[in-house]
Design a protein around this ligand. Structure first.
Ligand code: BGC
Length: 252
């Protein structure tokens, strides 16, 4: 195996997942590794597990290339600034410095939806789309990534726009569907309000819906009526890892 692969790691609420990414093909070079996110998911506890995941792939990645790590928060120049669905102790943590220390390698830390969006733009549903593309991930929260001509505007955080007097993700995320036991039609009504609002603000040419629930897109997307086409993501659960590796190797 060549050693040209770049390590991507995706830190989520339930698992920390990583794989060497073949950036030419836009896919994992080997099977991914996953460990449970610890209950007490402080930066230090998570960093230890990130190092464990990274160790698995030692011989398979380019040891000089920066590792890409995706986290479910705003990441401003390597520093985590929010913690909507992660341990609050992350706020103010220089995550790049922390991971660099435990991995002994350069590291680029990015927002999870920005990572998933980058993967979709380069290898998935957004391939070749030049205009304004809005990628969203529907999971515990709502993550968003906004592109113009394929260039990412990072940390857009449109999951937190106000919707009917609420933080939108508390109404329209997949976790809200599960928590409130909404039917697909009921959830689609919330999604219509949400995407309709974003569409009025940003006028995207294309909307891509990611997150685990994108594999059931036929249950809710046909109920939505937007100006722009709205389509499911293609890379699903691999997108965060692949996009983290892509962003790390294209960092400027
Ligand atoms: C966070 C975002 C994140 C999204 C998906 C939101 O609550 O604020 O930073 O991308 O959840 O994990």
């Amino acid at each position: 195996m060549t050693k040209k692969h770049v390590l991507g790691i995706d830190i989520g609420g339930s698992g920390i997942k990583g794989a060497p990414v073949d950036l030419q093909a836009g896919q994992f070079a080997t099977d991914r590794e996953r460990v449970d996110t610890p209950e007490d998911s402080t930066p230090e506890a998570v960093a230890e597990l990130v190092a464990e995941v990274a160790k698995t792939f030692k011989g398979e990645v380019d040891s000089k290339a920066p590792v890409g790590v995706a986290v479910p928060a705003v990441v401003h120049h390597g520093v985590v600034r929010t913690a909507a669905n992660i341990d609050p102790s992350w706020i103010g943590t220089d995550a790049e410095a922390l991971f660099r220390t435990v991995l002994d390698r350069p590291v680029i830390v990015v927002n999870d939806a920005d990572a998933a969006g980058a993967a979709e733009m380069h290898y998935g549903a957004g391939r070749g789309s030049d205009g304004v593309v809005l990628v969203t991930t529907l999971g515990t929260g709502i993550g968003t990534a906004l592109f113009l001509g394929g260039e990412l505007l990072p940390n857009t955080e449109l999951g937190h726009v106000e919707l009917d007097g609420h933080d939108a993700e508390t109404r329209a995320a997949n976790s809200a569907r599960e928590r409130e036991e909404l039917s697909w039609e009921e959830w689609a009504e919330r999604l219509q309000r949400y995407y309709g609002h974003l569409e009025d603000l940003f006028w995207p040419d294309l909307v891509i819906v990611g997150g685990g629930v994108s594999k059931k897109a036929e249950k809710y997307l046909p109920h939505l009526h937007l100006r722009a086409p709205i389509i499911p993501a293609e890379l699903r659960n691999d997108a965060g890892i692949i996009g983290a590796a892509w962003l790390a190797s294209h960092h400027r």
